[in-house]
Design a protein around this ligand. Structure first.
Ligand code: HEM
Length: 402
């Protein structure tokens, strides 16, 4: 069926991208969406969705026409009060610019380099532990523990309470970028109280001297951002930086464990870890979909879009688009040129925390690549179903030491 939108006909699909089935394996639906045209109409949600690489990238690059300030979830925050004060991700220039300058000042190449030694020490400790066990759950024993410790320490929040609050908080936060269905409701129920804990951690007295959180407050002291903006930036680190990295580590692990030849190559030359990380981010993108809103009446690919139209971008699909990545886009390949993937977004909102999560993954997978000869899945990994995040609930694996 076609939906006639002013200016063009687009294919209208009855499918629900957020059903259990489609979240478990989104790729057949993504393929149908991409082959239906530059955009499709999702009937169930009454929204125009983009799933091809070129369209997603163009929209993300054009931040003046496709704004984030009305929210990157389905609700228009200009008309509906947000569930919490809007952070950097959901602000437009010029306020976004000042906050972004502070955040990228703190996550500078020099600042990130200084984290390497402590990340490496904990990675070695963790690899000792998992090798002693031999059979592990790649999620609970590896993917969660590492960022909770090293990223939490880097931001400078107390260690107590991290496990209990940060994961549920992240999952709740990312739920707001998808539909308000039962799953959304569940993650909000599970996350009750965690927002308050996170906000408490963003106050100056709870942040360790010299940590990334305190450095954000230094920007406020110098008047470069306001005292109201500082806690919002620390909150952004804590809400955007943890689940995404945990899921990335899990996704990379599953991709490598499923392709023994790829782990073999990595073990033979751990310098390939950087390529494995980008290819895994492309192959299974942790943050699958989010929205933009038109700032004025506009036309895109011949479709007329009135001001304040919400558009849904499936970057997880764009990263599998054969028109961009070639016919083997559904294959995980260490030798692929995966640069330009949209897993960290693109344009002015492109992930400001990516150097930290890249460092975390590089350090952890280098330690594993050096000391683990092979990785075998002992059972099928269990997917974690979430409206906007893609990852695993558990990854049963056996590690064979080198
Ligand atoms: C592999 C891990 C990560 C993934 C896949 C990821 C993904 C993303 C994506 C797709 C966006 C852009 C969303 C949009 O355009 O609407 C984004 C923005 C952002 N990310 Fe990440 N992220 C990761 C790690 C981190 C970390 C470790 C931090 C901690 C500092 C972080 C903090 C942020 C912030 C603050 C923004 C908003 C930037 C802005 O609006 O200017 N992220 N991330």
């Amino acid at each position: 069926m076609n939906k006639t939108l002013s200016g063009a006909d687009v294919v209208s699909l009855p499918d629900d991208p957020y059903s259990d089935e489609n979240l478990t394996d989104p790729y057949p639906l993504f393929e149908r969406m991409r082959s239906s045209g530059p955009a499709v109409w999702l009937e169930k949600y009454g929204v125009l969705a983009f799933s091809r690489y070129d369209e997603c990238r163009e929209i993300l690059d054009d931040y003046r026409t496709f704004i984030s300030g009305a929210g990157v979830g389905p609700k228009n925050l200009h008309d509906n009060p947000p569930w919490r004060p809007q952070g950097i991700l959901e602000l437009d220039p010029p306020i976004h610019t000042a906050m972004r300058t502070a955040m990228s000042g703190v996550i500078s190449p020099r600042g990130v380099r200084s984290l390497r030694t402590s990340f490496e020490a904990f990675a070695e400790e963790l690899v000792d532990d998992v090798l002693a066990k031999a059979e592990i759950d790649g999620v609970a024993d590896l993917a969660e523990i590492f960022p909770i410790r090293v990223f939490g320490d880097a931001v400078g929040i107390p260690r107590e309470g991290r496990e209990k609050n940060l994961l549920l908080h992240g999952a709740m936060n990312f739920s707001a970028f998808g539909p308000e269905n039962d799953r959304h409701q569940l993650y909000f129920e599970k996350g009750a109280g965690t927002h308050e804990w996170v906000m408490e951690m963003t106050s100056r007295e709870n942040l360790a001297p010299g940590g990334l959180g305190q450095q954000i407050w230094d920007f406020a002291d110098r008047g470069e951002i306001s005292a109201d903006q500082a806690p919002l930036l620390v909150r952004a680190m804590l809400s955007a930086g943890l689940d995404t990295t945990i899921f990335s580590i899990g996704n990379t692990l599953v991709a490598l464990a499923s392709e023994p030849s790829q782990w073999e190559a990595l073990h033979a030359d751990p310098r390939l870890v950087k390529f494995a990380i980008d290819e895994a981010l492309r192959f299974e993108s942790p943050f699958q979909s989010f929205y933009r809103t038109t700032s004025s009446d506009t036309s895109f690919r011949g479709i007329n879009l009135p001001a304040a139209t919400k558009v849904l971008l499936f970057v997880g699909s764009a990263n599998r688009d054969t028109a961009h990545w070639g016919p083997d886009a559904a294959q995980f390949r260490l030798d692929r040129q995966a640069a330009g993937h949209l897993a960290f977004g693109m344009g002015i909102h492109q992930c400001v925390g990516q150097p930290i999560s890249r460092l975390e993954m590089e350090v952890l997978f280098t330690a594993l690549a050096r000391r683990v000869k092979s990785i075998e899945l002992t059972e099928q990994p269990v997917p974690l179903l979430h409206n906007t995040l893609r990852g695993w609930e558990s990854i049963p694996v056996r590690l064979i030491p080198a």
